[in-house]
Design a protein around this ligand. Structure first.
Ligand code: Z97
Length: 734
């Protein structure tokens, strides 16, 4: 399967012959840090290779469109509920620099004691199934080729079906997984005996298949009321999972500790989170670290989340995290939309690139509060472990509610999670393994009669699914209604008919988001915002963020709703975009002809930056092609521009308006057109306007030759001047 850049991912192609598809690569992939990497005008210290295809960070256009990639793996967590929509999101994320795609499971798959088949729809994530994994790996293989970088695919192996899931992941070429028996116990109330017995088997399978294992310790500070207080316990949780994994045979390099900086401003974040991060790295030297961004305290808007996430990424950089997990910045309000996944990835990438080479500039000051606090946290963790031993071991400690108690250990708040050893899902299901037990696959923990004769135990029975994928039984779909083919009927018909609907999560879901400021007290303002959204034609409007600007003066709201419109793309009039002439073509035409032009910001606008970028040679503006530019300054009368154009024999006039109220930009454009006609100069002059509110259509409507908005360059403008003059000349000649 091969992707074409200007074509959407074809889900039909993904699903075709899926029963035959085999993963082409196994195990985890790290990026390679390049020692000194030259790119455009810069040298990077912590960069990895660029992608073959990508979307650069927004400011890159000012730096020759470079798109440096950081050395740290970047994760995006995907949770659309429909795997077919997840795939498109993965492709977008990969283009923005994500190479670790974590697929969230549908609510509580941990409780299901067995594998699910087919592609049923999920809530808050997808059911992980063989077909879903295989289709996703197949799509990711094609996406890898498109961006030119291996992509790690990741999901969850914890839960009642842990060992089965682990085998499934190994068979289908999944590259990373969460596996932590403590997660089962604390957050899913799976029986403790069952969880640890299953974990031994599952970890062994993950280990043999080269997956990167993440633990679940971060869940404690992602859920605790006062997350920064449970930090000593997190070290204990990491230690238990790590020691267990090592005992099963997993190498340290395959174990990543999952950590979240526990606070968000206005908490004094760095002072609390940095000692914790440093202590973790010191205690667990030799392991990998996956840092997730904090979502615990996010209230409202993406701006707020972004500030916290930038600081989280700074912490990751200061403590050399190996994997930076990004969460949609709107996770706190439960609307993980695809473009917000991208926003999360970009936040990490932009921050990492900005922090490139940080180690060479600053050093962490160990003799002071940082060292003292890090030591204190470690001491509290050791005391925590000692208390576990005193209380009769791990099971007794969990039964006594010692875990996720929000007191700062040894303080106790009595709000810990209590789990009895004989309770929970799967209680009483652990049976002693018989002496003659034969394991169904080669990766296995504990005794196995088949292992006696050969290094490859399955040789005794003619091969297992891990060694011989031909033995895998592929089940396509079990539910005739809840499956991808049924779900695709409408989207594919709409796509074939060329209909376009807005979307944020699932194909054409119609969801849009509008921002409204309402000048009233909060409650009245909110009610009004909803009423306004309804009047805009939005179905089921819902306020997803509210921010008081002043208790009496007003609040700003983001309202989401469904806009039930389908636009036939065939009916759209899309102006054909003409490629600008090359620098050489422009210069070759302009220089020998001594083309003059007059430029100014007009009306009462003192902002000249935009225009100067278009004109000045130092900004790569049009002066460099040999135009004779007469720049008249700011707030210039239209008449004056014309006078100078006549005096200097110029052939073009450029006006610019950046700040505009009450359509001043339109008045100026119309005014220029009218004046030029009155003075009988229209034939002679090329008329161009630029500015933040200007675009080509608007300028043409106002009688000018061209209009340029944000992002335009000197080359774009010069190209239009040359082409317009050439066609005027051709008409005269004709
Ligand atoms: C993360 N942002 O990436 P179920 N096992 C472990 C887990 O942490 C989780 C599951 C299983 C988060 C994502 C939280 N973690 C969500 C160690 C979930 C998932 O499918 O919900 O039953 O299990 O860590």
């Amino acid at each position: 399967m091969k992707l074409t850049i200007d074509q959407k991912l074809d889900i039909r192609e993904v699903l075709q012959d899926l029963d035959q598809y085999r993963p082409r690569r196994r195990g985890w992939h790290w990026r390679t840090r390049l020692a000194e990497h030259r790119l455009g005008p810069f040298v990077y210290r912590d960069a990895a290779s660029e992608l073959a295809n990508s979307v650069p960070l927004p400011s890159a256009h000012a730096f020759a469109d470079i798109d440096p990639q950081c050395a740290c793996v970047i994760t995006t967590e995907i949770a659309s509920g429909r795997f077919e929509d997840d795939l498109r999101r993965m492709r977008m994320a990969a283009w923005h620099g994500a190479d670790h795609i974590m697929v969230i499971r549908t609510t509580g798959q941990s409780h299901i004691d067995g594998l699910i088949e087919g592609t049923p729809e999920g809530i808050g994530g997808i059911p992980v199934t063989r077909k879903q994994l295989r289709a996703t790996r197949k799509a990711l293989d094609a996406i890898e080729d498109e961006v030119g970088r291996p992509i790690n695919f990741h999901s969850y192996v914890s839960g009642l079906a842990g060992p089965e899931m682990a085998v499934l992941f190994a068979e289908e070429g999944v590259n990373g997984a969460h596996q932590d028996p403590q997660y089962n116990v604390l957050y899913r109330d799976v029986n403790i005996h069952r969880s640890f017995v299953d974990a031994a088997e599952a970890k062994r399978v993950l280990s043999d298949a080269g997956l990167l294992q993440l633990d679940g310790a971060h869940n404690a500070n992602a859920t605790a009321k006062q997350a920064w207080k449970v930090t000593p316990e997190l070290f204990v949780q990491h230690a238990i999972n790590t020691a267990f994994s090592r005992a099963v045979g997993m190498p340290a390099g395959q174990i990543a500790l999952s950590t979240v900086p526990p606070t968000a401003p206005p908490a004094p974040k760095l002072r609390l989170d940095l000692p914790y991060a440093v202590a973790l790295r010191e205690l667990f030297d030799g392991y990998r670290f996956r840092a997730q961004q904090n979502t615990r305290y996010i209230e409202a808007d993406t701006r707020e989340a972004t500030v916290t996430h930038v600081l989280d990424t700074l912490l990751s950089r200061l403590t050399s995290a190996d994997v930076q997990s990004t969460i949609t910045p709107d996770e706190g309000r439960n609307i993980p939309w695809h473009y917000n996944n991208i926003a999360g990835v970009e936040t990490a990438r932009q921050t990492f690139m900005g922090l490139d080479g940080l180690d060479e500039l600053i050093e962490l000051k160990r003799d002071g509060p940082l060292g003292m606090q890090a030591r204190e946290l470690k001491e509290r963790a050791v005391l925590f472990l000692e208390e576990i031993l005193e209380n009769g071991g791990y099971y007794a400690a969990v039964n006594a509610g010692q875990f996720v108690d929000s007191g700062y250990f040894p303080e106790r708040k009595g709000d810990g999670i209590v789990r009895a050893p004989n309770a929970g899902d799967g209680a009483e299901t652990v049976v002693a393994r018989s002496a003659g037990y034969g394991a169904p696959v080669c990766s296995h923990f504990g005794n196995n009669i088949f292992a006696r004769t050969s290094d490859k135990p399955c040789a005794d029975y003619g091969g297992c699914t891990l060694c011989d994928p031909g033995k895998i039984r592929y089940i396509d779909e079990l539910d005739p209604h809840d499956n991808v083919d049924a779900r695709l009927a409408v989207p594919l018909a709409e796509r074939d008919a060329g209909l376009l609907r807005p979307e944020v999560e699932q194909h054409g879901d119609g969801i849009v988001c509008v921002t409204l400021f309402v000048p009233a007290q909060p409650h009245a303002a909110e009610a009004a915002a909803l009423a306004m959204a309804k009047r805009m034609g939005l179905d089921s409007p819902e306020v997803i963020s509210r921010h008081v600007m002043h208790p009496a003066e007003g609040s700003v709201f983001e309202v989401k709703g469904v806009l039930d419109v389908a636009i036939p793309s065939a009916d759209l009039s899309i102006a054909a975009r003409e490629e600008p002439l090359s620098d050489a073509e422009i210069e070759a035409w302009v220089r020998p002809r001594h083309i003059g032009l007059v430029a100014a910001t007009v009306g009462e606008d003192e902002h000249s930056v935009g225009l100067r970028e278009i004109l000045d040679i130092k900004h790569g503006g049009i002066e460099r092609y040999g135009f004779q530019c007469h720049y008249l300054g700011t707030s210039v009368e239209l008449e004056r521009l014309l006078d100078v154009a006549v005096q200097t024999g110029s052939q073009a006039i450029l006006i610019s308006t950046i700040i505009t109220h009450g359509d001043v930009h339109m008045r100026n454009m119309r005014g220029l057109s009218k004046l030029v006609k009155e003075r009988g100069l229209r034939e002679r002059l090329v008329l161009i306007a630029g500015g933040t509110q200007v675009n080509h259509e608007l300028a043409s409507e106002c009688g000018l030759d061209a209009g340029f908005g944000r992002g335009s360059t000197g080359r774009d403008v010069a190209s239009v001047i040359v082409r317009t003059l050439q066609s005027k000349q051709a008409m005269n000649d004709g």
